[in-house]
Design a protein around this ligand. Sequence first.
Ligand SMILES: Cc1ncc(COP(=O)(O)O)c(C=O)c1O
Length: 482
Amino acid sequence: MPVSEGMIFALIDLKRADDEGLAVQLTSQLRNLIATGRLGKGSALPSSRRLAGDLGVSRNTVTYAFEQLAAEGYLETSNGRRPVVAIDGGERIEAAGAVAPSVRSGKPRLSPWASKLRQTDWPMSYQAPLRPLRPGHGDFREFPNEIWARCLRRSAVRAAKREPGPVNRTRLREALAHYLATSRGVRATADQIMILPSAQAALTLIASVLISPGDEVWVEDPGYPGAAAAFRASGARVTGMKLDEQGMQRMPGLAAPKLIFMTPSHQHPTGRLMSLARRTEFLGLSRPGGSWIVEDDYDGEFHYDSRPVPALQGLDAHGRVFYVGTFSKAMTSDIRLGYLVAPSVLVSTLEIAQRHIGLIASSHVQEALAEFIGDGHFLAHLRRMRRLYHARRDHLAEGLERHLGDVLSTEVPSGGIQLVARLKRGRADRAAVKRLVEAGVETRALSSLALGRPPDHGLLLGFAAWRENEISAALRTMASCF
Ligand SMILES: Cc1ncc(COP(=O)(O)O)c(C=O)c1O
């Protein structure tokens, strides 16, 4: 039904935003009213002053929307006169196919990929500011920004002399190949290393290249939701494997799947180390023609109690293991750099996919990072953070035992940036998380990381990003909430 001029404001529903956000929303909603025929050709809109008053927004916001719609041909405007709808939207735009049927129904028909991603219970980014003890973060306040700024500057200045070159910069690939061989036991040539904006990008790339609808993928349960989401969105049937003291367990009676995702160095979320026997068992499934293995070593740089166990990739005799890493934890999450060490036979296909999906990291930043690593700053930063995070892990674990020992049982990981504290009684970790968040302590419910089986209940608590006094304050708050 056509809308009268005086009622237009009642059909506009603006969500709180800055002026620019409001202007974009208003433009889009007016465009929709015209495109769907509710504002017919020749209808006059209210003046910008009146509409701004009715909507409670600034006049500039309305003027922006009118000018934009005039530029797109939806409105005719002339000085001093109210804008008039210039087209007969309802019939003509639809007939020309310019408005998809989904615009009329208001519900876009998503691809299976996007629909599956939308069903995932995983916050891609937190809207609220970082609060203690949010898991998954290193301490960005300790990052040597001055040194990093010098590397970035030199990289930018040198750009004029550099060939606009390969997507995966040779210097960084070489620096990483050396670092990963010496510190993590990864066996790879530089050209097996792909530089990506994140570890999550590596998982998306692998899923895009290997997964067909219906393929079986095994993941840890509880596990990292980002991995399950990436594989499920590509059409995989994702099955969770139980954990025990040795890490992920193979469920008896199942045939080898297409792909196995695991975090053997510090299992996400428990921090457990996968035993050598288990590693060997899973590698046994990954012979040619068998499963591919994705080893996610997201925080393998941080180990506190003994020398780190080398990467599983280094034990792979058949070229079936992908090794995924990220600088989000070791440096700062805003750096947006991760990497994938790929089996040789897949490198060229992955590079084609990388270009097509556009998962390409800035050359300036890649060159800066090559220098940061090459000049020893990366290792120096890791050494400093290891000492700091080690003390913070102990501080949190001891505090949990002292203040909350009767309600929580803490599993102290040998490395990493977070730990799990299980509820000793009850199965209400989500309610506990809600209470804690309201009191100013942010944690993740262990049950929210479960895949299918009846979940354990507990809290995933970050320790690396928080100073000891911040951890102490958070512990006091926690004690008052239980
Ligand atoms: C186990 C695991 N893998 C990968 C990632 C993603 O890292 P990135 O930020 O590089 O995508 C995370 C992030 O928290 C993680 O916990």
